[in-house]
Write a protein that binds this ligand. Structure first.
Ligand code: SF4
Length: 441
C-alpha cells in the first residue's frame, strides 16, 4: 500500500523551520511520508513568515500556484500555517477558495485533528486564537529533525517587547517560557538519539524564565543543560541586548558546552533611531556589554541584525550605523531595509525613507561588512579549531561543520570523518562566506 504524502514549504526564521519539523513529525506519526515536490503530495502546507514586506503577496502567489493542482486533485488538503496565517486569519480563506485551513502560530499541534476535519469535508477551518498556556505547544517536539547531529529546542514562545517595527508580538503572542523540566527532558531525549548540538530558540531567550513563578533565569537553564551526557554544544538565539547580562556572560565563559558565539541584534548605531525603535538601550550601553563579553571571552564571535532606512533616519544617523560596524567589527551581520508591517507603531510614523535611499544605504552596509567578515576569515588561516562535523555535501562529497564560533568549515580531506564527530582542523583558506580546512595532526 502506498503511503500518503505531504509537502511543507517553509519561509522565514529558525522558529518557523522548527515548527515545520514539528508538523512533519506529526504527519510521520500518522504514517505519512514527505513528498519531494508539491505535485505529488496529498497534504500541502505553506508555513509562512510575515517579518518583511510583501510576505502576504508571497503567500498568495504560492497559493495561486497550487490552484491548478487542487483542480486536478480536489482531495489535496491545502493549509497555510505560521505568521501570515496568524495575521490574515479568515481573510485568507475568503480570498482563496481552494484553501482548506488557516493554522495560527499557537495551533500547529492541532494539525492531525484539522486534517481529519478536512477529510470529512466538514468545513474550511481557521484556528488562530492565542492560547494562554504555551506548554502544550511543545508536546509535539520531534524526536529528530532533518539534521541528525544538530537540533532546535524551543524554550520560549512570543515576545512582549513591541519594538516599533516588528510584527512578532502580533503574530506569536506575548512572551511565555516553557518549564525548565520539560526542556531538560527534551534535550536529554535528543542527546540520547545522537544529537550533539542544540540551539535554544526564542524571540528573546535572555528573558527566559521572567514570566515563570519559579524564578529561574536563562543562565540557570544553561547551567542545567551543560553536562547532559552526549551533548557537545549549546547555542542560543535570539538575544536581546537589554536583557543580556553578566550572568549570561559568566555562563558563556564557564560552561564547557556553551559555544563562544552570540547573535545580539543592534539594529542601528544611532541613539535617536534606537529610541524610535523602542529598543530599550543606547549604543553606549550596547557597546559596554560587547566590551565586557570580549573581556571575558576574547575570541567570542558576535553577529548582529541591522535595519537601514527606519522612518526619520537621517544621513547622520546612518553614518552612526557605519561607525558602529567599524567600532564593533561584527563577525557577520544580517542587514535589512526597513519595511512597514501591519499593526506596528512605525508604520504610521512620519518621514518614511525613499526606497532608493534605503537601497543605497543597504549597499554601503554590505560593502563595509563584507570586508570585515572576509578579514576575520583570512585572519583565521593557519589556526586550529574544533569543528562538529554536520554532514557531507552531495555535490562535492566534502564534510562540512561549524567552529564553536559558528563559522562554516568545509574539509578538504574528509576521509573517515563521520557526522557527529568533533574534529580538530587546521584552517587553510578564509573565503568570503566560509573557511576551508584539513584535519589537524
Ligand atoms: S525583541 Fe523586538 S524585534 Fe525581537 S521579536 Fe520582540 S518585538 Fe520583534
Amino acid at each position: 500500500m502506498t503511503r500518503r504524502t505531504y509537502y511543507i514549504e517553509t519561509y522565514g526564521c529558525q522558529m518557523n523551520e522548527h515548527d515545520s519539523e514539528k508538523m512533519a513529525a506529526m504527519l510521520d506519526k500518522l504514517g505519512m511520508s514527505a513528498a519531494s515536490a508539491p505535485d505529488t503530495a496529498e497534504v500541502l502546507i505553506i508555513n509562512t513568515c510575515s517579518i518583511r514586506e510583501k510576505a502576504e503577496h508571497k503567500v498568495y502567489s504560492a497559493l495561486g500556484k497550487f490552484k491548478s493542482l487542487k483542480t486536478r486533485k480536489p482531495d489535496t488538503a491545502i493549509i497555510v500555517a505560521g505568521c501570515v496565517a496568524q495575521q490574515e486569519k479568515n481573510k485568507l480563506l475568503k480570498k482563496v477558495p481552494h484553501l482548506d485551513a488557516v493554522l495560527g502560530t499557537h495551533h500547529i499541534s492541532e494539525l492531525p485533528r484539522i486534517l481529519d476535519k478536512i477529510r470529512a469535508k466538514k468545513s474550511r477551518i481557521t484556528s488562530t486564537d492565542f492560547v494562554e498556556d504555551v506548554q502544550s505547544l511543545h508536546m509535539v517536539a520531534p524526536l529528530k529533525g532533518a539534521n541528525p547531529v544538530c537540533s532546535f529546542v524551543t524554550i520560549m514562545q512570543g515576545c512582549s517587547n513591541f519594538c516599533t517595527y516588528c510584527v512578532v508580538p502580533f503574530t506569536r503572542g506575548p512572551e511565555q517560557s516553557r518549564h525548565m523540566d520539560e526542556i531538560l527532558e527534551e534535550v536529554t531525549r535528543l542527546a540520547g538519539t545522537g544529537i550533539r548540538e542544540i540551539t535554544l530558540l526564542g524571540q528573546n531567550v535572555n528573558a527566559y524564565g521572567k514570566d515563570l513563578a519559579r524564578g529561574y533565569a536563562f543562565a540557570d537553564l544553561l547551567r542545567h543543560l551543560d553536562g547532559i551526557p552526549g551533548l557537545a554544544r549549546i547555542r542560543f538565539t535570539t538575544s536581546h541586548p537589554r536583557d543580556f547580562d553578566d550572568s549570561i556572560i559568566a555562563a558563556m565563559t564557564n560552561l564547557e558546552t556553551v559555544c563562544e558565539h552570540i547573535h545580539l541584534p543592534l539594529q542601528s548605531g544611532s541613539d535617536s533611531v534606537l529610541s524610535a525603535m523602542h529598543r530599550g538601550y543606547s549604543f553606549a550601553e550596547y557597546l559596554a556589554k560587547v566590551d565586557s563579553l570580549r573581556d571575558s571571552i576574547p575570541h567570542v564571535a558576535i553577529t548582529t541584525d541591522m535595519i537601514v532606512g527606519f522612518p526619520g533616519e537621517t544621513e547622520a544617523d546612518f553614518m552612526k550605523t557605519l561607525e558602529a560596524l567599524e567600532r564593533i567589527r561584527f563577525d557577520q551581520i544580517f542587514s535589512f531595509k526597513y519595511s512597514a508591517r501591519p499593526s506596528t507603531a512605525a508604520q504610521s510614523m512620519p518621514d518614511h525613507i525613499p526606497e532608493s535611499v534605503k537601497i543605497e544605504r543597504l549597499s554601503r552596509v554590505h560593502e563595509l561588512q563584507d570586508q570585515i567578515t572576509e578579514q576575520y576569515h583570512r585572519s583565521a588561516e593557519g589556526s586550529v579549531e574544533e569543528i562538529l562535523a554536520e554532514g557531507i555535501r552531495p555535490q562535492s562529497s566534502q564534510v562540512f561543520g561549524r567552529t564553536r564560533t559558528n563559522k562554516i568549515v568545509n574539509l578538504e580531506d574528509p576521509d573517515l570523518i563521520c557526522p557527529g564527530e568533533l574534529v580538530r582542523v587546521r584552517i587553510t583558506e578564509g573565503l568570503k562566506h566560509s573557511l576551508r580546512a584539513v584535519r589537524a595532526v
